[in-house]
Design a protein around this ligand. Structure first.
Ligand code: SF4
Length: 217
């Protein structure tokens, strides 16, 4: 939050505008910047540092998301750790839902039980979520699961907006290609996917929009 007491600000690593592999239907994904945890083998190391990220006033970010096509009916918060910016995300959800009834999902490296004992901002964001995927990524328990990386992570259906799918299998990955660069979305179903993918791109001289795993810690 700005010291002036003005509108909340979010620090965002990137925004994906149309994703089908991180929650029900077609969703925008806001990748927040910064995570206090350090899961060995973290699948999003570029989101770990709290330094960096682009500052977004929540009103401006809500307007950007509201301008997306109507087929984008949900937003997913990933990162980084969304609960590290929970109060600002709760404010974002309120701005978004003032315009239309968005489905809202979030990831967190913290468990639901711990978040429920957390500060007011975390409880405010929890109260606005339709779906929470909780728990740290544990590389030794990596499995091809729906929207999760390891089998300790749980999907909590916090409202009745969505029906839990019958099949708990990997939703797969999507690749975004734009003007000579590539980014990818989704939870890799197999160990080593990211490293192998980046090596293959390197061999072909293709630029990856997301920092390479070896570039961030
Ligand atoms: S909580 Fe998520 S972003 Fe944070 S270290 Fe663990 S896997 Fe990485």
């Amino acid at each position: 939050m700005p010291a002036s007491g003005g509108p909340p600000v979010l620090f965002v690593g990137r925004i994906s505008e149309s994703v089908r592999v991180l929650g029900p239907g077609t969703r925008a994904v806001v990748w927040v910047q910064g995570c206090p945890l350090r899961c060995p083998g973290c699948l999003s190391p570029e989101g770990l540092p709290f330094e960096g990220g682009e500052p977004w006033a929540v009103d401006a970010l809500a307007a950007r998301l509201h301008a997306l096509p109507a087929e984008v009916t949900g937003v997913t918060f990933s990162g980084g750790e969304p609960m590290a910016q929970a109060a600002a995300l709760a404010a974002l959800v309120d701005r978004m839902r003032a315009a239309r009834d968005w489905s809202v999902m979030s990831y967190s490296g913290f468990t639901l039980e711990r978040l429920r004992r957390g500060d007011a901002g975390r409880r405010e964001l929890l109260a606005r979520l339709d779906i929470l995927v909780d728990g740290p990524f544990l590389a030794e328990r990596q499995r091809p699961l729906l929207w999760r990386g390891s089998d300790n992570q749980r999907i909590h259906w916090l409202t009745d907006r969505h029906e839990p799918p019958a099949h708990d299998g990997s939703a797969g990955l999507e690749v975004e290609i734009a003007s000579g660069s590539i980014a990818w979305n989704g939870v890799p179903p197999v160990p080593g996917f990211r490293e192998n993918f980046e090596r293959a791109l390197d061999r072909d001289g293709i630029h990856l929009t997301i920092p390479r795993r070896t570039d961030v810690r």
